[in-house]
Design a binder for this molecule. Structure first.
Ligand SMILES: O=C(CO)[C@H](O)[C@H](O)COP(=O)(O)O
Length: 271
């Protein structure tokens, strides 16, 4: 059940810090970015002093990183080590004075906070429309608790159900060959494979290829139908030579925080 905002302490008591307008008796229409910020701030409540934290990438995760920086500055959090999931987040965290390290030095992460592009009813995710799926999967696969933060538009009935991209990171060598093989793999689900180009975020074709932080390309897969057995689909993608990683994060999220017009819902993985 959603926790409605009038009873949601964060919004009622900390409106100055969040930059959201104080609660009023009339219904408040929140923007998508405000919902992202609410989910992000709620997730940062899970952060404790002394933790090693995986720092996600994207417009939702950015709010969480900002909030961690703010709490460090205020002395409310201490001795945090951040493990950034992208160059962009690395830069943001550096500018906020968050001490940073990497998986080589900290192979066990206490908690990671990141956004997602899709969340299905089993808490499986699509990630990587921001292009950082490989580092995200490495870091979020190494954490004890993975808290996903989304606004309600990210909730889908099945993976691929938004009609938007499911990204696959591939090596640049003969990318057309790999893209064709990926499309053929999911012919039954009406799959279309498109190379991501700069600035297109998977929505346009043509132009310079988008290059990931790891020097690879991304092929975005668009599905017309449910691809079915996700584990089988994941295995089949990863078996293709030329594929580095895909954006399905299966059985990885431990908690999903969803901010919607009616309030915040916290979904925990059943263990
Ligand atoms: O996976 C990601 C980046 O690789 C992002 O977390 C995902 O694309 C969600 O982004 P946003 O919070 O901007 O909607």
């Amino acid at each position: 059940m959603a926790i409605p905002y009038p009873h949601f302490n964060f919004r009622a008591s900390e409106s100055v810090e969040t930059g959201l307008s104080p609660l009023s008796p009339s219904p408040v229409i929140l923007t998508q970015d405000e919902l992202k910020k609410i989910a992000a701030y709620k997730a940062v409540e899970y952060v404790e002093s002394g933790m090693v934290i995986g720092l996600g990438t994207g417009s939702t995760a950015k709010h969480a990183v900002d909030r961690i920086g703010e709490l460090l500055r205020q002395g409310k959090l201490k001795n945090i080590i951040g493990i950034p999931t992208s160059k962009k987040t690395h830069e943001q965290a550096l500018s906020l004075g968050i001490p940073l390290s990497d998986l080589d030095s900290y192979p066990n992460i206490d908690l990671a906070i990141d956004g997602a592009d899709e969340v299905d009813p089993h808490l499986n995710l699509v990630k990587g429309r921001g292009g950082s799926l490989l580092r995200e999967k490495m870091i979020e696969g190494a954490c004890k608790k993975f808290v996903v933060i989304v606004d309600e538009t990210k909730m889908v009935k099945y993976i691929g159900g938004s009609g938007l991209a499911m990204p696959v990171e591939i090596v640049p060598f003969c990318w057309k060959f790999t893209a064709k093989r990926l499309q053929e793999l999911f012919g039954y689900a009406g799959c279309v494979a498109k190379l991501r180009t700069k600035g297109s975020n998977g929505k346009e074709s043509g132009g310079e290829p988008f290059v990931t932080d790891n020097g690879n390309y991304i092929v975005d897969l668009y599905f017309k139908r449910d691809m079915g057995d996700l584990k089988a689909a994941s295995d089949a993608i990863l078996r293709l030579a030329g594929v580095v990683e895909h954006g399905m994060f299966l059985d990885m999220a431990t908690t999903v925080i969803v901010a919607g017009e009616l309030g915040v819902t916290i979904k925990n993985k059943h263990t």
